[in-house]
Design a protein around this ligand. Sequence first.
Ligand code: NAD
Length: 467
Amino acid sequence: MWVGGKALSSGKTYELRLPYDGSFTARVAEGDETSLEAACSAAAAGAAAMALMSNAERSDLLFRVVSLLNDNAAELSELLTLETGKPIKESRIEADRAQQTLIASAIVARELTGEAIPIDGSPIGKGRLAMTIREPLGIIGAITPFNLPLNLALHKVGPALAGGNAIVHKPSEQTPLSAIRLAQLFTEAGAPAGAYNVVTGDGAKIGQQLVRDPRIRMITFTGSVEVGKEIKNNAGLKRVTLELGGNSGLIVDHDADLDLAVSRAVPGCFLLSGQTCLSVQRIYAHESVLSAFTTRFLTAMEALQIGHPMEESTDISSLISEAEAKRVESWIEDAIKLGAKLIKGGKRTGATITPAVLQHVPAEAKMSCDEIFGPVVALNSFSDLNDAIHAVNETPYGLQAGIFTRDLTRAFDAARRLKVGGVIINDIPGFRADQMPYGGVKNSGLGREGPRYAIEEMTEMKLICWR
Ligand code: NAD
C-alpha cells in the first residue's frame, strides 16, 4: 500500500499468481480498517496541500508524472501483464494510453474555468456582476477493476488531482501492482504527501468502508453493475460516478467496407480475451454481406496467436482466473443448450478460452442479455436496419455501439437512435481516445469520464455575486 507518500503495511499479506499458469507473482499487503483510516487521514492533509496549488502547478505536477510514466513504461507494462495475465503487447498499449490520459488531465488542469453569468439579464440583477469558479471537492474515493488497472486508475487520479483534490484508491485485489507503482511515481514527481493513496485488499470490506467514510466527498467507480448498485445505495449524499458493464453491439451494413470491418471487429471481440466493458459481444451483419463477412472474419481469427502473456507473439492469453474461464464456458454451453450453434473456438484450457463464435443465439440466453466478459461473439444477420438498431438496443446496457456503413444518412440515423453513451461510425464500439467523453446509459452507468468531463464531476461550482 502507499499512504501519505510512503509504503504502508498491515502485517497481513496475500499472494498474487499469474492467471495464465498459476506461477507466483508477488505478495501484496492486505489492507484493513486501520489502513483505510490512515489513508483517509493522509488524504485530508493531501487535499489541503493540493487545494493550495495553482492550476499551473497541478498541471506541471501531472506533466512530471507523464515523463516518469514514459521513463518507466517497460516496467509498468511488465507489472500489468503479471497482475492481469494480458499479453505484453497489450500492456504496452495500456502503459502508453495511460500517458495520454494524464497529458489530457494536465491540459485540463490549466484550462479549468468558470463562467460569467449574465446576472442583469433579469430585473433583480441590475447593478450586479456574477461569475462562477470551480473549487476542489476535497477527498475522492476511487475503486477500479482488474482489466485496465493503470489507465482506468489514471482516468480517476488524473482529473481528481487536476481539480485540486486528493484521492484514496482501492484497486482490484487481483491487480494492485501497477497502482502501487503509480502512487510511488506521483511521490517521486513531487506530489504532496497524501495526495494519492493506495489501499489494497478485499473489495467488499475496504471498498464499502471507503464508500461510507464521511470524509470522502465523491466515489468514482469502474466495475460491475452489481457492485455499482451497492455503492450507489450506500453512498448517501456523496457524488457518485459509475462506469459499469456493457454488452456491445456492432452493425455491419450492406455497403460496409468489409476488410476494414473485419480487421477491426476481430480485435474488438477478442483482445484482452473479451475482458473489456466495450468488447463486441453481438455482431449484426446485413444478410447480403453475412456470408462474406463470416468467411473473412473466421479466416482473420486464424492469425490470432494464443499463448503465454510474456511472449511477444501472443495476441490472446488467459482470462483473469480459471473460475472466470469456467463461467464463460458455462455461458457458451447455456447458449448451445438453448439452440445456438458454436461455429468456432470456445475450448477451455485452465484459465484460457479460445476465441469463440456463436450463431443463432436465442434472446433468452445469458449471452444475449448479460455481459459475458470473455472472448465470445454472437453473429446475427438483419435485412432491415431498423431491426438491427432495435436488436442492439435490446439489452439493459448502453455503453457504446458501432456501425460500419458508407451511407451518411444511415449512419446518422443509427447514431441518433442507438441508446448508448457513444456511437462509433466505421469502427468498433471499443474505440476510445482517452480525452473523449466516455460513459454509459441504462445499466452501463452514471456520469462521464474523459478528463475534461470528469473534472466537472470532481469539482464544485461556486457562485460569486458582486453588488
Ligand atoms: P468488480 O465490480 O468485481 O470489481 C471492481 C472493483 O470493485 C474492485 O476494486 C473490487 O475490489 C471492488 N469491489 C468489489 N466488491 C465491492 C463492494 N461490495 N463494494 C465496493 N467495492 C467493491 O469488477 P471487475 O470484475 O474487477 O471488473 C469487471 C467489470 O468492470 C465488468 O463488468 C466491466 O464491464 C466493468 N468495467 C467497466 C468499464 C467502464 O468504463 N464502463 C471499464 C472496465 C471495466
